[in-house]
Design a protein around this ligand. Structure first.
Ligand code: DGL
Length: 270
């Protein structure tokens, strides 16, 4: 089936997941939408996150997507259940895949999760990990400075290093062997995070497992693209398209035939 896969995030972070989907599913067309204009979502109220998400999802449903990947932990934490119940297409979030990756990785059953304030407050990772493996201890830490820093293109240098150091300080000395990047923006600064946590801590994210689960869902629903047409890649942002392109080229392998466009989303009045 040639219909595209839709991927959403509050900004550029979901591109870390899109990258993996493009790599693992090279025949599939992708439509990506980042709500850069209203990013970050992490500190927002639940009703606001839901409203913005439904606006993004409506935009993608109008483009006839066959599968929705919520490439944002914050949106997954607050809307996944509702979207899975109400949409006629399969919907995949990033928290279950992230939790499964953590369970596969830890050897000492001590895991830490970092994410936005919203994701950490929701306790979604703790619940996802513990529902599968009740013996794993989970320490959680919000890192609210990371998303604004990344969206502003501060990916290295002294400012980035000091923000990472300060944000991760509460996790030092906790004996964890696995750190889950519970925000799809964070893989962009994975090297800084790994360096700060030291070699004994494995730093993992949900992109690889999410793409694998997307592949399984396409098979399960019989909607994978089996034709030999070359896939199309369309990237939309609600913010400035030039800065979106510039930032995206620093964080993922932009496909040669990818197009970038600014969109205005229809506001849904409740
Ligand atoms: N990439 C989003 C996530 O995974 C960032 C949310 C935000 O905008 O704060 O949570």
């Amino acid at each position: 089936m040639k219909r595209p896969i839709g991927i959403i995030d509050s900004g550029v972070g979901g591109l870390t997941v899109a990258n993996e989907v493009i790599r693992q599913l090279p025949k599939e067309s992708i439509i990506y939408l980042g709500d850069t204009l209203r990013c970050p979502y992490g500190p927002r109220r639940k009703d606001e996150i839901k409203q913005f998400t439904f606006e993004m999802v409506n935009f993608l449903l109008d483009k006839d997507i066959k599968l929705l990947i919520i490439a944002c932990n914050t949106i997954t934490a607050y809307t996944l259940d509702e979207l899975q119940k109400n949409l006629k297409i399969p919907v995949l979030g990033v928290i279950q895949p992230g939790a499964r990756t953590a369970i596969k990785t830890t050897k000492n059953n001590k895991v830490a999760v970092i994410g936005t304030e919203g994701t950490i407050k929701s306790n979604a990772y703790y619940q996802a990990i513990r529902s599968i493996h009740p013996k794993i201890s989970v320490v959680s830490q919000a890192c609210p400075m990371f998303v604004p820093m990344i969206e502003n293109g501060i990916l290295k240098g002294p400012e980035a290093v000091s923000i990472v150091k300060e944000s991760l300080a509460p996790l030092k000395g906790k004996g964890i062997d696995t750190l889950v990047l519970g925000c799809t923006h964070y893989p962009v600064i994975k090297e800084l995070i790994s360096k700060e946590m030291g070699t004994k801590v494995k730093v993992i994210s949900s992109g690889i497992e999410t793409a694998r689960e997307a592949s399984a869902l396409l098979d399960l629903y019989g909607i994978a693209n089996k034709s030999n047409n070359s896939p199309e890649y369309k990237f939309y942002t609600t913010g400035e398209v030039d800065s979106f392109i510039q930032l995206s080229s620093q964080i993922f392998n932009k496909p040669d035939n990818g197009t970038f466009e600014k969109v205005e989303l229809k506001t849904l009045i409740k």
